[in-house]
Design a protein around this ligand. Structure first.
Ligand code: ADP
Ligand code: MG
Length: 622
């Protein structure tokens, strides 16, 4: 409990004791009785009264503070001191409960996201000093000891260790890291001492980006939240007018008919309806549910950038996946090489690896890996990467072109047709064909389960888009059981395919695009929902996507959808439950069968149940 909450609790206890005590003192004089009850009433209610007055001054009259102030002051004016004070008391109990619940889910999220580093160790005059990570300049060497968090992204200059990425990915699988490896801030160093040369400022490091994202996620409101805000804007004044009418109209009608007016009876009924109609259960429990859903998702390594995206996710009917890096590992292995006459296989591979030096496409990485030797960057100039085709560059003073059949056609270079299947990388040097390298990618172990998971989460169609050759694409699609496959697409064609689907689907159905963030930013932003996976490493993906899967696990897509569905179910339960109870009670209050005690129990009770229900969104089990 925070200090503020403790203070409220103390006020609740004092005023409750006083109310109960005074109720047993037989005081006949109404003025003394009023004076006595004013003590607990003001102890418990002064801040609400103040907020109500401030609201009126600032022109925002109709809020729940106003409702409570009018209802309780009204009750006291009518001589119902006990009821007036009790309503205020229970209202405060409910508020306390709710602020406790909100604080708790917030703490839950921060605990889940316990990745904020407090310091970085920098060597100064032969000693390690703890400094604010914000003050560490790019290129400094920091030391991370076992048990500490890596504070800033960088490259290991000495040492080796196992890193725990569970706070980032929700997965407890440790990762080995040694000299030369890139490390991402937010991981926990488990065994050895690491010295890391920072490659980014703290503010640009993965951990800062993730924290920003989580902290800002509540700014993007869902439609349900906006609905409730708008609803409360009309609902509260409407209720106040209704209550006023209830207080005035029936007594006047009575007078006209020559009956006793019954002013105080109707006034009590009007005040009771005011208490019942307080919309707090809705106003608080809906954002809280979304908050919980986003928190529960981040515990699984799924970052959702706003409630609006969580809501859209629950309506996902089409999932369009990129192949390379999303459904396949994107780690290619060279399986075959065929060099043209006069070219050796070594020359072929060397030209390819050099030309690819600056690319971060998965194909490029595997060619460099297969080459195995260090690359002298001074021997590579004029690099041009052509999306969906490949790269061209000047290597050792000769023009090299490395890419697929499309690239060869574009450059008018005749090429050999490989017999074996695999992703083809053709190489040309100075306009002459030099041969091809066949590489093959491996389907991720759980890609098939991921597709099945999407189907059972209620996704209508799973589509795979790829720039790879048709033969390769069809084989993968067949194995995974995706519904539709489109191959040999340029990045712009992928946008076109997504647009076609967007145009043909129902408006209520949402289309999610899942990619690995390598050259698919345009599609990520065009789809209703952009999901980037494998964000540990590709920070472009963190920015371009609406939802970020921290690791490479495609099964998380279905997990995310299931979490969103559960959250939305909770939201709808709360809306229906709260409104139903309110309307029933309003009816009963208006005809006079419900007294103020029941009213306050209905109000606080509904709120507590709704808040408890909302906190369920935080927990998700497969
Ligand atoms: P996808 O991610 O669906 O495979 P990409 O647009 O990333 O699609 O790539 C499409 C195709 O373009 C690849 O299969 C490959 O043939 C070729 N390509 C793209 N970039 C490169 C590169 N850097 N080196 C060689 N070939 C490339
Ligand atoms: Mg790709």
């Amino acid at each position: 409990m925070t200090k503020k909450q403790k203070k409220v609790l103390i006020r609740i206890i004092i005023s409750a004791v006083l109310v109960v005590g005074f109720n047993f003192i037989p005081v006949e004089n109404p003025y003394i009785k009023l004076a006595l009850f004013m003590i607990p009433y003001l102890i418990i209610g002064y801040d609400i009264l103040k907020k109500a007055v401030m609201g009126i001054i600032h022109g925002q009259v109709f809020d729940e503070n106003f409702l409570m102030a009018v209802a309780t002051v009204g009750a006291i004016v009518l001589g119902e001191y006990l009821e007036g004070t009790a309503v205020m008391l229970f209202y405060q109990i409910g508020e306390l409960f709710q602020s406790y619940a909100v604080g708790k889910s917030r703490r839950n999220i921060t605990a889940l996201m316990d990745i904020r580093p407090d310091y970085a160790n920098v060597e100064q005059d032969g000693e390690l000093k703890q400094v604010d990570p914000d003050e560490v300049e790019v290129g400094s060497v920091i030391t991370v000891q076992p048990g500490e968090k890596v504070p800033i992204d960088g490259v290991i200059v000495s040492g080796s260790s196992t890193l725990n990425t569970s706070a980032l990915t929700g997965e407890s699988l440790p990762r080995e890291a040694a000299e030369g490896d890139e490390v991402i801030s937010g991981c926990v160093n488990m065994s050895g001492v690491l010295r890391i040369r920072t490659t980014k400022e703290f503010g640009e490091s993965t951990v800062s980006k993730i924290l920003d994202l989580v902290e800002n996620s509540s700014m993007k409101k869902s439609r349900s939240e906006n609905f409730i805000t708008r609803f409360a804007k009309y609902y509260t004044p409407a209720v106040c007018i209704g209550a006023l009418a209830l207080a005035l109209v029936p007594p006047m009608v009575n007078l006209l008919l020559g009956n006793p007016a019954g002013w105080s009876d109707w006034l009590i009924r009007a005040l009771t309806t005011l208490v019942i109609s307080c919309p707090c259960a809705l106003v608080i429990s809906i954002p809280l549910s979304f908050f919980g859903g986003i928190g529960g998702a981040s515990a699984k390594g799924i970052l959702v950038k706003g409630s609006n995206y969580l809501e859209a996710l629950s309506q996902t009917a089409y999932v369009v996946c990129d192949k390379t890096g999303t459904l396949t590992k994107g780690v290619f292995e060279v399986t075959y090489m065929e060099a043209a006459d006069g070219v050796s296989k070594e020359e072929l591979l060397e030209a390819a690896a050099y030309a690819e030096n600056y690319s971060n496409h998965p194909i490029s990485k595997s060619l460099k890996q297969a080459y195995g030797k260090p690359i002298d960057p001074e021997r590579v100039t004029d690099v041009e990467e052509i999306g969906g085709h490949g790269v061209t560059a000047v290597v050792n003073g000769r023009r090299a072109a490395v890419g697929n059949v499309k690239l060869m056609k574009k450059l008018n270079i005749p090429y050999l047709e490989p017999e074996k299947t695999g992703t083809e990388v053709h190489v040309a040097i100075d306009g002459r064909y030099a041969g091809y390298i066949l590489i093959s990618d491996v389907i991720k172990d759980n890609a098939k389960a991921a597709v099945l998971g999407l189907k059972s989460a209620g996704v209508k169609q799973v589509v795979m888009l790829t720039g790879d050759a048709k033969k390769v694409a069809d084989a993968v699609a067949e194995e995974l059981g995706v519904d539709v496959v489109k191959s040999e697409l340029l990045p712009a064609d992928k946008v076109g395919e997504v647009e076609k689907l967007l145009a043909s689907k129902d408006k209520k159905e949402k289309l999610a695009f899942v990619g690995d963030g390598v050259n698919d930013a345009p599609v990520l932003s065009r789809a209703d929902l952009g999901i980037a996976m494998g964000a540990l490493g590709a920070d472009a993906a963190i920015e371009a996507a609406d939802i970020v899967l921290m690791d490479d696990d495609p099964e998380k897509i279905a997990t995310a959808i299931n979490i969103s569905r559960k959250t939305l179910r909770i939201v709808h339960q709360n809306i229906v439950f709260a409104l139903a109870v309110k309307f029933i009670c309003l009816g009963l209050g208006a005809v006079g069968t419900l007294n103020m005690w029941w009213a306050i129990f209905a109000d606080v009770g509904v709120m507590i149940l709704a808040v408890l229900n909302a906190t369920r969104a935080l927990k998700y089990r497969q």
